[in-house]
Design a protein around this ligand. Structure first.
Ligand SMILES: [Zn+2]
Ligand SMILES: [Zn+2]
Ligand SMILES: [Zn+2]
Length: 263
């Protein structure tokens, strides 16, 4: 399995609009952060894969989805998992159309009931008739996540998390877990993460925040899980990549856009 970090930034992205801080002005490409998303390749070494087989799983459709797909040469998306319905995680939903065209198939979209209801409300033109012909509307097939389910060759385990007071979903596949937009792991979810070795985890900044883990809190979660590799995401402009990574414990680093993690 292979994971590509499509976006590692907070909801506003980095650089912020009209900000002169050192990180927003940095020339280091790892300080350019689009909105948070990953692409999971379930079978990077498959040679004779059936073309219709589920292989590429996108997590969230950010407002930067189009640019992320261009930057990372994404050519196929078989399924989309939604963590929650905040704007920075769903506003690229309409770009699903291009994959409908390429694949001549509707897109399979998975989320909890509340998230899918919000998507239906925010993109009502996609779901309510009469459909405008020729205008181009995403073709989607939605499925409510009610527990672990199978995608291609993998079992996807939804991991309930808290993002302030909002319940959101993290996702575990094998020894990997993606835990964005959270500042608390409920007691019952720790066992769902038992044995993970690689995580991508929310770490907004150093100072505490009411809905996101801070860097220290993310490091503490990685340590409690016994994860050997932890990549921080949803990063704001407080954290420069090079200087922050120089002072993190072994195995912990900031993720960056375009990073590929082999599992
Ligand atoms: Zn977010
Ligand atoms: Zn800034
Ligand atoms: Zn959020």
């Amino acid at each position: 399995m292979k994971v590509t970090v499509l976006g590692s930034g907070t909801s506003q992205g980095v650089p912020f609009i009209a900000c002169d801080c050192a990180v927003c002005q940095s020339a280091d490409p790892r300080d350019k952060r689009t909105r948070p998303s990953i692409l999971i390749d379930l079978e990077p070494r498959a040679t004779n894969a059936e073309p219709r087989a589920t292989r590429y799983v996108l997590v969230d459709t950010t407002p930067d989805l189009r640019q992320q797909c261009l930057a990372n040469d994404v050519r196929k998306v078989d399924a989309i998992l939604f963590t929650h319905a905040h704007a920075d995680h769903i506003c690229g939903f309409d770009d699903i159309r291009r994959f409908n065209q390429l694949q001549q198939a509707p897109m399979n979209c998975y989320g909890d009931a509340e998230t899918l209801a919000d998507v239906r409300r925010m993109f009502s033109y996609v779901f309510t008739g009469p459909k405008q012909q020729g205008g181009g509307v995403p073709q989607v097939r939605t499925s409510v996540i009610g527990g672990p389910f199978t995608l291609g060759c993998a079992e996807v385990v939804p991991v309930p998390l808290l993002h302030g007071i909002l319940p959101v979903l993290g996702f575990r596949i094998g020894s990997f877990a993606y835990l964005t937009d959270c500042n608390k792991i409920p007691d019952a979810s720790w066992q769902l993460l038992d044995g993970v070795s690689t995580i991508i985890i929310d770490a907004l900044r150093r100072r505490p925040h009411s809905t996101h883990f801070s860097l220290d809190e993310a490091v503490a979660v990685a340590s409690r899980l016994g994860a050997t590799r932890a990549y921080c995401t949803h990063i704001t402009h407080d954290l420069g990549h090079a200087e922050t990574c120089a002072n993190l414990p072994p195995g912990v680093q900031l993720a960056y856009d375009g990073q590929v993690i082999d599992l």
